[in-house]
Design a protein around this ligand. Sequence first.
Ligand SMILES: [Mn+2]
Length: 384
Amino acid sequence: MPVDLKKFTTVVYDNLPDAAGGGLQAMIKSFKTKAGVKDIDKGLITDVKVVMSYANTHNLEQIIKYLKPRMQDDAHKNEPLLQQISVGMDSVALEGVKAKLKAQYGTSNVFTEYTTALRGIKQPEEIALMSKSAQLSAIAHAEVMKAIKPSMSERELEGILLYVHKKYGAEDEGYPPIIGVGANACILHYEENNETVLNNQMVLLDVGSEYHGYSADVTRTVPPTGKFTEEQKAIYQVVYDAQEQVINMCKAGIKYSDLEKKTGEVLAAGLIKLGIINDAKELRTYYPHGVSHHVGLDVHDKGPYAGNLEAGMIITVEPGIYIPAGSKCDKKWWNIGVRIEDDILIGKDKFTNLSADAPRTWQAVEKMAAQSSIFDGAKFPPLK
Ligand SMILES: [Mn+2]
């Protein structure tokens, strides 16, 4: 039976694209007519507002790359609010800009607002699925720690992780797996995974399953030899300290933005102590992303960032330090990239680490690496 949309007081809808392929364009047009949707998606400011509503500290750089060329005309280049949009904003500054955009230009995207509020708090059924997705992803990371060898390739590690995911019945990955050794670990969205030999440089693995629609987001950084060098261990410990302190803050009532603040403090203190930076202001050189985002139906799930943590939220905690070759510090630190990322369920007065099955301390990583793996000695005939 056709639904008469005019009978509803309000029809909420997601941002509808102006151009779409196939029959979608006609469907959108028909929907807009039937629902009495005015064509409000006109003008750049709406474009900016909608695109910015999806922005988080992870994708901000890409979003700015998309928006910048569109903001060069006379109408927009003198708009102060647009000038505030800059690469490297922390989540607090970003939320501030978003709030101002909304206040100044109203909202054409009620659907996004509603779903952001709804999806930020997970239902018990969702928490059950997220727990499984995160746990099986963590088990896959533990398996890689057992199997990893300096002679292996990035792709081989990817295969092991994906094998474990499939073994548990996960349909997909939550996002393109990032597996980067050495210099590649210092590239934030490295997805090529084509280095053929790991040698003794640290490997960063940001890989999470999608299980029955729910994405985990888990990162571990592992030495292929099974033993950290002194330098690797020192950087790893700084990142671990930040993650440990931030995870321990996680409970209802804590300001979301305080997580970022704490991360900055711990990472900066650690790098100053190691002589890598002299001042906390230099931290963004080596820590260019945010510490947390909502995770769920999407790896960067909708959810509020402006207020306090609430029971039922599931967020990542993922500090990282990346020191590419050529950085202004002692050469011995070059090409070390470390991130540790877990999926944290917020409770009324506690947290639950859903991905705790993947070791986190350097001692636990080394201990896991010393264990044998089902992939040890796997041999196939040479190709003709
Ligand atoms: Mn993440």
